[in-house]
Design a protein around this ligand. Structure first.
Ligand SMILES: NC(=O)c1ccc[n+]([C@@H]2O[C@H](COP(=O)([O-])OP(=O)(O)OC[C@H]3O[C@@H](n4cnc5c(N)ncnc54)[C@H](OP(=O)(O)O)[C@@H]3O)[C@@H](O)[C@H]2O)c1
Length: 269
């Protein structure tokens, strides 16, 4: 029988998940709810799924329910899940313990996706509570393969620790790309397609990182001859402590994950 999955929230992540899941298993039946209806209706159309008009109309015996709204919306979200219901949450920084207490369910998995998941190219972190059976754990992991690579974490804490690198990571990469693009535009007076040149440079570099047997250090060294042009650029970055700056940014991001987690835990007691 086709698996049935209910979505609460159909924004960037909800849509990426629904489309990725449908790609891996076209027979899966999807149900979508959002408070303002538009995005749930659109996604239902795109996936040939069901648009759920009212929260209370979400069927209560689906195989999985996916929580894909903002963590801040959790306090105002109320749904009576059956005790045996299975939940997959993408809410950053919201622990399984918080969700278990709020909804009185124990079969909960967490997923930390990132935006490249919308193209099936994400680095997705996964953790399943011990209460989720091996079979259920495997079947939801299989469905998530359409989002990109799935990395199974040994503990829930690992998801939070890795959030600055996977969940937030693309934003840091895009910020670098923006700086490259802006500098190139300044230099060229806007006469060349800076965006395309930079996007292709990042894409090609990412392919090399993924497919070469060389370490990132060695790949950088391949482009950097002693006293050459790249050497000068890297020297400036080193003299200005780029690595320390990134280290601080990652720490700050992780601290915020911890703060949000505590805030949400307090608000959902
Ligand atoms: N974006 C990322 O890169 C990223 C990475 C990792 C994890 N996440 C996690 O993914 C989750 C969703 O992020 P997003 O970027 O997809 O957010 P988003 O684009 O803002 O979408 C949020 C969705 O949640 C819906 N919603 C709001 N309140 C709701 C409620 N009470 N019940 C059901 N649905 C509700 C919204 O409905 P309307 O359409 O009616 O407004 C909207 O469809 C967050 O928890 C975030 O931590 C995101």
């Amino acid at each position: 029988m086709a698996m049935k999955i209910g979505f609460f929230g159909c924004g960037n992540m909800g849509a990426a998940l629904a489309l990725g899941i449908k790609k891996i298993n076209p027979s899966v039946e999807l149900y979508f709810y959002t408070p303002t209806q538009t995005r749930a209706r659109d996604l239902a159309l795109k996936t040939k799924g069901h648009f759920v008009e009212e929260l209370g109309d979400m069927p209560e015996k689906l195989d999985w329910y996916i929580l894909s709204f903002k963590p801040q919306s959790l306090a105002g979200f109320h749904f009576n899940f059956l005790p045996q219901a299975k939940l997959l949450s993408v809410l950053a920084g919201v622990s399984i313990e918080t969700l278990a207490k709020k909804f009185s369910v124990s079969k909960i998995c967490r997923l930390m996706p990132n935006t490249p998941s919308s193209l099936g190219m994400g680095a997705n972190l996964f953790f399943g509570a011990p209460e989720v059976s091996e079979n259920d754990n495997l079947s939801i992991r299989h469905l998530l393969e359409g989002l990109g690579s799935l990395f199974v974490m040994k503990s829930e804490e690992e998801i939070d620790q890795l959030t600055p690198f996977s969940g937030s990571g693309p934003a840091l990469v895009f910020e670098l790309a923006r700086i490259f693009e802006s500098e190139l535009q300044k230099l060229s007076g806007g006469n060349i397609d800076a965006r395309e040149i930079i996007a292709q440079t990042f894409l090609g570099s990412a392919y090399l990182m993924k497919h070469s047997s060389l370490s990132f250090d060695e790949l950088r060294a391949q482009v950097t001859s002693q006293k050459g042009v790249t050497y000068e650029a890297l020297k400036v970055l080193k003299e200005n402590n780029l690595e320390d700056l990134f280290s601080e940014a990652f720490k700050s991001c992780y601290n915020r994950v911890t703060e949000i987690k505590e805030e949400i835990h307090r608000n959902n007691k």
